[in-house]
Design a protein around this ligand. Structure first.
Ligand SMILES: C[S@@+](CC[C@H](N)C(=O)[O-])C[C@H]1O[C@@H](n2cnc3c(N)ncnc32)[C@H](O)[C@@H]1O
Length: 255
């Protein structure tokens, strides 16, 4: 899909928090080469630069609009257009870091071992992905997609949940000999303003569905989904909407 960086970055602080939590568990003093896989607009890549000011850092993404924003903000990092399904580093990497990106790819049974194998000895694969497809924000999206005249257009766009159980990543990577630190965190996110969960998903999973529809179906589908979100995540008396969000973290060290 074509990303809209400004919509995605509406909640930049909440989206950056898990990247910081992941970074605290990466025990590398001076990695020579770091790749940020699915770097988006570069917000998290900048954290990598702050932590390792002298490393070579490459941000990779398949979205030109995201990379354009990243390049404008941070010319000191290499920004490259790449599809992570096929990309592998030219030489073994010291750190492959990925925040909120690999759940956009299928085939994790082969992707994760392949990325792990492209690490240098002592290198680290550090990944964070949302693990919330069973939550109303996503089940409600699928239900709304299936309950209108737009069903024939939207149903093929509903993806199978790509993120597996934590133990499945443990098995996959332990088989490769990785030293592993895997955990989940559920953030009780505090959102404000009207339809905040819809504003959140408009920057990610909802976007390809909205892009596939023309008016008036687009507006009707959005109204249906918004009503489901208002019921599932009611606005409290203090104006706050609580949006629990589970995320999976994987740190795999080679050697
Ligand atoms: C939710 S954004 C996360 C951006 C950034 N890592 C951050 O934390 O702010 C996901 C990014 O993954 C990228 N992406 C999705 N599929 C990709 C693929 N197959 N190859 C490269 N990048 C991909 C998208 O273009 C998008 O910029």
């Amino acid at each position: 899909m074509e990303w809209k960086p400004d919509q995605y970055l509406k909640y930049a602080d909440l989206r950056r928090r898990p990247a910081i939590d992941l970074l605290t568990r990466v025990d590398l003093a001076a990695p020579q080469t770091i790749y940020d896989l699915g770097c988006g607009a570069g917000n998290v890549t900048r954290l990598l630069r702050e932590r390792w000011p002298t490393s070579r850092i490459v941000g990779l993404d398949s979205s030109e609009s995201m990379l354009a924003k990243a390049r404008a903000a941070e010319p000191g990092i290499e920004w490259r257009l790449a599809d992570l399904a096929a990309w592998r580093p030219e030489r073994p990497a010291d750190l492959l870091f990925s925040n909120a990106a690999l759940h956009w790819l299928d085939g994790h049974e082969s992707l994760f071992p392949a990325l792990y194998r492209s690490l240098a000895l002592g290198g680290v694969l550090a990944v964070q992905m949302p693990h919330n497809r069973a939550e109303p924000s996503h089940t409600g999206m699928a239900a709304a997609a299936r309950s209108g005249p737009w069903r024939a257009i939207l149903e093929p766009l509903l993806r199978e949940a790509p993120v597996m159980a934590p133990a499945a990543y443990f098995d996959l990577l332990a088989r490769e000999g990785a030293g592993l630190d895997i955990w989940e965190t559920e953030y009780l996110q505090r959102l404000e303003g009207p339809d905040p969960v819809v504003e959140w998903t408009k920057g990610t999973a909802l976007k390809p569905l909205l892009d596939a529809l023309a008016e008036p179906d687009r507006g009707r589908f959005l109204a249906d989904y918004s009503a489901r979100m208002a019921a599932a995540y009611p606005r409290r008396a203090d104006g706050v909407t609580l949006f629990p969000f589970r995320r999976l973290f994987i740190v795999a060290k080679k050697g």
